[in-house]
Each structure stands twice: as structure tokens, then as C-alpha cells.
Design a protein around this ligand. Structure first.
Ligand code: DGL
Length: 257
């Protein structure tokens, strides 16, 4: 097999990275994908940085054993904790990360506030601090740590009362503000976007980082001469560390949503 025919590796702490994989399938339909979700160890966002780094290395080793040609860290938390260390260790393979899409949110904000929902770790790491320094002079940016939300989504709860109450509780203190946009800074959150719209209304723009990440993936494949040239539809293979049989079913269900 030549390098171009090898699959693209995707990693997330659980089923969240499927939201990025979905976008990738639209842009790169002829590529094969191997997805690994570490649902056994999710959530990452409330662990310490060293632990997340160790788990991320282990996941990337697993993907490399599957022969992937590039790795996408489809997890904001793992990206903020480990991307620099990953690039130092795996020098021969392109590694693409994801970060909260603050730039497009600030661009549409027209002086109003922007809320950024993410895991506690993403919002306290240096990478996010650097992003804030870039943009918070222009706009009022409100970081909103959402501990507990990943657990609900990992259990397949993406709509209904429980999600609705969780989101209402998180957002109620900002109801007096004119919020232009909400950034989904965790790859699990696009799956609860419909519930979020019910609460904040259609006018609030909801942005996630998947499109930027997929564009970056395509650029990397192109510049490294790794685009698959076959014309038939690619294959997606999903692995999970979870001991719960439902996790793989949930992953395929989310992929089809
Ligand atoms: N999908 C991960 C992210 O983008 C969730 C992290 C977690 O497991 O807490 O941040």
C-alpha cells in the first residue's frame, strides 16, 4: 500500500470527535478513516494535564499501529494539553489539532458578547489564554466551563429534559446579555446544538471548530502529497476503549445524524 492509500487517524476522548469526522467525510469522501474514542477514560476535561497527555500518546500509538498517514486530534482538551508534545515525539507524521473557533465568532459579534463553552481544562490551559489575549480587547468573551456535559453525551443523551435543564442552568446568568455567538469549544457539543438553539434562539450564531480543522487536514494532505487518489467512497472504522457495547453503536448513530 502506498502512503496515499493509508487511512486518516482520528482521536477523541470519546464519541465527540465524530462531529469532526462527519465534516471530514463531506470534504474528503474518498479517504479511509480510522477513529479511536477513549470513552473508557472520558471525560478528559476534569483530569490533570499529565494524565491527558499520557492517554493521548497511547491513543496516537494505537492509531499508528493501524497504519494511519496523518493524525487528527479531534478533541479540544487533548489538543490543549498535548499537541506540542505530540509534534515533538511524532516528527514523521502530520498531526492536526482543534481549538475553539474564537476568530469567526469575534468577526460576527459586532460589539456584542461571545460565550465560549468548553471543558474546564481547555479553558484553563495556556493555548486558550493566548487566544483570549488575541481577541478579548475587541469583544466581551465569556468562558463557560461545562463540566458534566460530556458525560451526558457519552451516555447518548443529546436531547430531552436533562440536556435542556443542564443548558438552561448554565446559561441563565447571561440571559440579560446581548449574546451574538456561542462557540462550541468541545467536539462533543455540536451534538446538542439543536437543544441549545431552543434556549438561545435562532438569532444567536453557534460556531464550532470542525470546519477549520478539516480545512487544515486537507491542506496538510495536499502539501505532504498524501491525498488519496482513488475514486470510490472511503471506509470508516470506529474503535473504542469502552467496555460498554453501546458506545460503538452510539458512535455510528452520531455519524449518521
Ligand atoms: N471532545 C472533547 C473536547 O473536545 C471532550 C473532552 C472530555 O472528555 O472532557 O474537549
Amino acid at each position: 500500500m502506498n502512503n496515499r492509500e493509508r487511512p486518516i487517524g482520528f482521536f477523541d476522548s470519546g464519541v465527540g470527535g465524530i462531529s469532526v469526522l462527519k465534516e471530514s467525510l463531506k470534504v474528503l469522501p474518498n479517504e479511509d478513516f480510522v477513529y479511536f474514542g477513549d470513552s473508557l477514560n472520558a471525560p478528559y476535561g476534569i483530569k490533570n494535564v499529565n494524565e491527558v497527555r499520557k492517554l493521548t500518546f497511547k491513543a496516537v500509538d494505537f492509531l499508528l499501529e493501524k497504519g494511519v498517514k496523518v493524525v487528527v486530534i479531534a478533541c479540544n482538551t487533548a489538543t490543549s494539553a498535548a499537541i506540542d508534545a505530540l509534534r515533538r515525539r511524532y516528527k514523521d507524521i502530520p498531526i492536526i489539532g482543534i481549538e475553539p473557533a474564537l476568530k469567526p465568532a469575534v468577526e460576527v459579534s459586532r460589539g456584542k458578547s461571545v460565550i465560549i463553552m468548553a471543558t474546564p481544562m481547555t479553558l484553563t490551559e495556556k493555548k486558550f489564554d493566548n487566544l483570549m489575549k488575541l481577541y478579548n480587547k475587541e469583544v466581551d468573551i465569556i468562558p463557560l466551563p461545562c463540566a458534566g456535559l460530556v458525560e451526558l453525551i457519552e451516555n447518548g443523551i443529546i436531547d430531552g429534559d436533562e440536556i435542556n435543564e443542564y443548558l438552561k442552568g448554565k446559561l441563565k446568568e447571561f440571559s440579560h446579555l446581548d449574546v451574538a455567538a456561542i462557540v462550541l469549544g468541545c467536539t462533543h457539543y455540536p451534538f446538542i446544538k439543536k437543544e441549545l438553539i431552543k434556549i438561545v434562539g435562532e438569532k444567536t450564531i453557534i460556531i464550532d471548530g470542525s470546519i477549520g480543522t478539516v480545512n487544515q487536514l486537507k491542506r496538510q494532505l495536499t502539501s505532504n502529497n498524501l491525498l488519496n487518489e482513488k475514486t470510490k467512497k472511503g471506509i470508516v472504522t470506529i474503535y473504542s476503549s469502552s467496555t460498554n457495547d453501546n458506545t460503538i453503536d452510539l458512535s455510528y448513530k452520531l455519524l449518521k445524524l
